[in-house]
Design a protein around this ligand. Structure first.
Ligand code: 7TS
Length: 408
């Protein structure tokens, strides 16, 4: 029963780094919420781009520039199709989730006026807090925080009372990177829209764990990072509804985002280029397209449901350990576990696990307000992807027990 299925072993074999040894031990990579590993085809695509295609895009009359432009724009189409967006022009390439949120906070947030309200939640990553604080301070807006309960679930009753005609945007994470909580974003979007408020979904943690359809969700913005969905770092996506993106002013000025520049007046390019100033991460965009192709080529339904098995097994085993406190016990959870053991600092456990080849993350996970809420300095977090095995969970649990016996 507790064995990794063959189709997972087959998937796993496509990720070269998983064969690596760390400190003389087989790598157990349980830091997938920080970044995911890359399948061979993504790695090879980066190399083939630089070997035979490298050129700047959207400007060259020459062959290579045209090929690179075509491949970059094909990647945009792949992403549009993968997340169910209506139009290619609604897919803006950015540096990542952080960059996408800053774009919306600055450009959409810049349109808001004194006393308009922005709602975020108590479980947000710093990148979905600080950009809103910056624009709130600049434009005298009110930033409100939806509370959570001790299980790490949103307090939906309080949320209902917080939304009003004053609410202009709700910016909320789909899945918490620290707790694993899956938020009821469809309900939030419906409620927001009944008051005319817009909704930004931070999909940094959901894009790698399930199928997203922005049209079905009816969200106004959806953001994610390429590196969390088996693609490269330094590339990400902002999906926005066309009518909103049309209304919003450019975020940055420079090449590619203009139609015509003179010292008297500058006119801006059409979507999506209005928001893509300067030479972009071309190879990043193309290789993100390859990562999407990879996902389309595998049975994601099976892979994502297997992740739940990993979660359940890990939680079951962790609960058997003395003085174990799981942080994040929501009814709806994705495949990550955050925990503390007694008063032992998570960093100390993490360091001993590393010596045994196990990569986990320790600390506040860029969610300091959440640490304040639970009154803890940090947690130890193991986050799984579908290429992780049941046997790796066993290795992790045994290594954890060994580490605790040293530290206690
Ligand atoms: N939002 C959430 C929910 C995240 O988990 C992260 C990154 C971000 C935003 C920012 O993404 P970036 O790609 O722009 O940096 N989360 C993590 C993590 O949990 N460990 O390292 C990065």
């Amino acid at each position: 029963m507790n064995q990794t299925p063959d189709y997972i072993q087959e998937l796993r074999s496509k990720f070269p780094i998983l064969k690596t040894e760390v400190h003389g031990k087989a790598l157990v990579y349980f830091d997938n919420a920080a970044t995911t590993q890359k399948p061979l085809e993504v790695i090879e695509r980066v190399q083939s781009y630089y070997n035979s295609e490298n050129a700047n895009i959207h400007r060259g009359v020459h062959h290579l520039s045209q090929v690179a432009t075509q491949d970059y724009e094909d990647a945009r189409k792949l992403i549009q199709n993968y997340i169910g967006a209506g139009k290619e022009s609604e897919i803006i390439f950015t540096k990542g989730t952080t960059d996408s949120i800053n774009l919306v906070a600055s450009s959409f947030g810049g349109l808001l006026q004194e006393d308009d309200e922005i709602l975020i939640s108590a479980m947000e990553h710093h990148s979905n807090i600080v950009p809103w604080q910056l624009i709130a301070r600049k434009n005298k807006l009110t930033l409100k925080v939806i509370p959570i309960n001790r299980n790490g679930e949103l307090d939906m009753e309080t949320f209902e009372t917080m939304v009003s005609e004053k609410t202009k945007i709700i910016s909320i994470t789909h899945i918490s990177n620290t707790l694993g909580t899956i938020n009821p974003i469809k309900d939030i979007i419906k409620k927001a829209h009944s008051f005319g408020a817009k909704v930004l979904i931070d999909g940094a943690q959901s894009i790698q764990h399930g199928k997203i359809n922005v049209s079905d969700l009816d969200c106004d913005f959806f953001v994610f990072s390429g590196h969390k969905i088996f693609g490269p770092t330094g590339i990400g996506v902002l999906y926005g509804k066309e009518e909103l993106l049309e209304l919003m002013p450019p975020y940055q000025g420079g090449g590619d985002m203009i139609k015509r520049v003179s010292f008297k007046e500058t006119t801006f390019n059409e979507l999506p280029f209005k928001f893509e100033a300067g030479t972009p991460n071309i190879v990043g965009g193309i290789a993100l397209g390859t990562a999407i192709k990879f996902l389309k080529s595998i049975d994601t339904k099976q892979a994502f449901s297997y992740e739940k098995r990993l979660l359940n097994y890990a939680e079951e085993e962790l609960k058997k350990i003395d003085e174990m406190t799981l942080i994040g016990t929501a009814a709806e959870k994705t495949s990550l576990v955050s925990f503390n053991v007694g008063k032992i600092h998570p960093f100390d456990i993490g360091t001993l696990l590393d010596k045994q080849g196990i990569a986990v993350r320790t600390g506040h996970h860029c969610t300091q307000p959440l640490m304040d809420f639970f009154n803890i300095p940090g947690t130890l977090r193991a986050s799984f992807a579908f290429y992780n095995t049941i046997e790796e969970v066993d290795v992790f649990i045994n290594a954890l027990k060994r580490s605790l016996s040293i530290l206690k």
